[in-house]
Design a protein around this ligand. Structure first.
Ligand SMILES: *[C@@H]1O[C@H](CO)[C@@H](O)[C@H](O)[C@H]1NC(C)=O
Ligand SMILES: *[C@@H]1O[C@H](CO)[C@@H](O)[C@H](O)[C@H]1NC(C)=O
Ligand SMILES: *[C@@H]1O[C@H](CO)[C@@H](O)[C@H](O)[C@H]1NC(C)=O
Length: 478
């Protein structure tokens, strides 16, 4: 066994590799993946596919799409305050039409859903201090806090485990989306800013930003050599929480569309646009950062502050040594003067320090092939990046949605029109990485953000860091 693989096993300690094998006879998706995705699809075919998708949309509604729960509560989402915490909002209270239960069962996916079956809370501890975070392969989740939305909002449901399970399962990048709770403004004598609540689109997840940070800080207290990248996104306008606990959005949820066409149109229209600066949102973030009794001490201890100087070197993405025990913010909200450069790295495709893959609008199952092309290209680019110790931070989404539910993008879907099985992006990625790991070819993945990740996907990503482990003579093998 080559030293690097031995080291890779040492990295995760405790026979984790054995746990990665499914028992004989257990179902895997390999049996049902007729499409050979590694073959290069000619560009012309892709264009045709894309045009066909739109033709299909303009003629008929994608038949397997259950309607959004129509006419429920206008602009409010489920809001039973007693449901906060692990459970979040429950399906019943939101008047779900139960469509999720009547859909076909979840596809079998070897690389999805079972992140609770891998326990690697300290996989970064074995890595040397002097590697840049840009050199690492880091598993992450997209729409991290949505595990409570399974029944109430299947279309917005992206995770089946809560944050602490994800962190213990190796996730080191989280996607946190918040709206400002303006209810404090009801009291004119109060000049405290509101708090931030975790939303996905129009749906409250049951969590507050303070809940999220408390979980993150306590994980870092227990595992002080780890680091967590956190994208904090302003998910839209503010929300008013009434005295009865009902959440009232400033804009109607209808704006996001009921039919597939409306949803695609809305998504296309919103794509790449910022919500603009909102001083109240920023003030609320700063309240949690500096004054909130539940979180400010944690921020003091665990928030990575970039040096305030303008020296080029100080703007660089930190090394693991600098980042241990810290949260590094990817700022996806505009600060005063419209800049995103205030509290961390700016979430901005134009920034040299980041390389973002985010093709998230699928117009139907056949778009899965277009999505996989985008992911494959991003993986190839990250692996080929020559300077493994610096260069941009690659951030690639395995997730997508809109006319295909997130669970189907992750784990696979059969096109009801053509009968063709489109293998899940988690499975394609996991298999691709396994092949690379077996071939011991080097190169990082960057950060890979997934919906519903499973233990095999996490292991395949983490294992790619084996090259950076110190060998027995104390030097990194590269
Ligand atoms: C997450 O779920 C696990 C397992 O169900 C539970 O033990 C843990 O307390 C939960 N954590 C949070 C922060 O809710
Ligand atoms: C929204 O703000 C009000 C006023 O400060 C507060 O009482 C309420 O708990 C907040 N709602 C949530 C869900 O945090
Ligand atoms: C990191 O430290 C190791 C061990 O001291 C050394 O071999 C390696 O060259 C260093 N790498 C960088 C990029 O400084």
């Amino acid at each position: 066994m080559p030293a690097v693989m031995r080291a890779g096993i040492g990295l995760l300690n405790g026979g984790w590799k054995r746990a990665l094998t499914y028992p004989a006879g257990s179902p895997t998706s390999s049996r049902r993946s007729p499409c050979r995705v590694e073959t290069i699809v000619p560009a012309l075919f892709l264009i045709l596919v894309f045009m066909l998708s739109f033709t299909m949309l303009s003629q008929s509604i994608y038949p397997s799409s259950p309607p959004e729960e129509q006419g429920q509560n206008g602009g409010s989402s489920s809001s039973n305050p007693g449901q906060a915490g692990d459970g979040g909002p429950s399906s019943g209270s939101d008047g779900s039409d139960g469509s999720y239960e009547t859909r076909p069962p979840k596809p079998v996916s070897e690389f999805s859903f079972d992140i609770d079956q891998i326990h690697v809370p300290r996989w970064m501890a074995a890595l040397p201090d002097n590697v840049s975070l840009t050199a690492l392969s880091i598993p992450g989740t997209h729409d991290t806090l949505t595990h409570s939305l399974a029944e109430s909002h299947p279309r917005l449901h992206c995770q089946n485990h809560n944050l602490s399970t994800q962190l213990n399962g190796g996730i080191r990048y989280i996607d946190v989306r918040a709206r400002l709770n303006t209810s404090r403004h009801d009291d004119p004598s109060s000049n405290r800013p509101g708090n931030l609540l975790i939303y996905h689109s129009y749906a409250w997840t049951g969590y507050s930003f303070a809940d999220v940070m408390t979980t993150v800080f306590s994980f870092l207290d227990q595992n002080p050599e780890e680091t967590i990248l956190m994208r904090l996104q302003r998910e839209g306008g503010p929300v008013h929480v009434g005295p009865d606990g009902r959440h009232i959005l400033s804009k109607s949820r209808r704006e996001v569309g009921e039919t597939v066409i409306e949803r695609v149109e809305y998504a296309m229209d919103r794509r790449g646009k910022s919500w603009g600066a909102d001083p109240d949102f920023e003030a609320a973030f700063n309240y949690h950062r500096t004054s909130d009794p539940d979180t400010s001490a944690g921020f003091d201890k665990h928030f990575y502050l970039f040096p305030s100087s303008l020296r080029e070197d100080d703007k660089k993405t930190p090394t693991l040594g600098q980042a241990r025990g810290k949260v590094i913010l990817l700022q996806d909200f505009d600060g005063a003067q419209g800049t995103r450069n205030v509290y961390g790295l700016p979430w901005d495709e134009r920034d040299d320090r980041l390389r973002i893959e985010d093709l998230w609008i699928l117009t139907g199952p056949r778009d899965m092939e277009r999505k996989w092309d985008a992911v494959k290209n991003a993986l190839d680019d990250a692996a080929a990046a020559e300077d493994v110790f610096s260069g941009p931070l690659f951030l690639s989404h395995l997730s997508a949605s809109v006319a295909v539910d997130p669970v189907d993008v992750a784990a696979g879907i059969r096109d009801p029109d053509t009968g063709k099985w489109h293998e899940g992006i988690n499975d394609r990625t996991g298999k691709g990485l396994r092949k690379r790991n077996d071939g011991k070819d080097e190169g990082k993945t960057g950060v890979l953000m997934a919906d519903f990740p499973g233990k095999n996907l996490i292991a395949a990503i983490v294992e790619r860091n084996a090259w950076a482990l110190p060998t027995t003579d104390g030097h990194a093998e590269k």
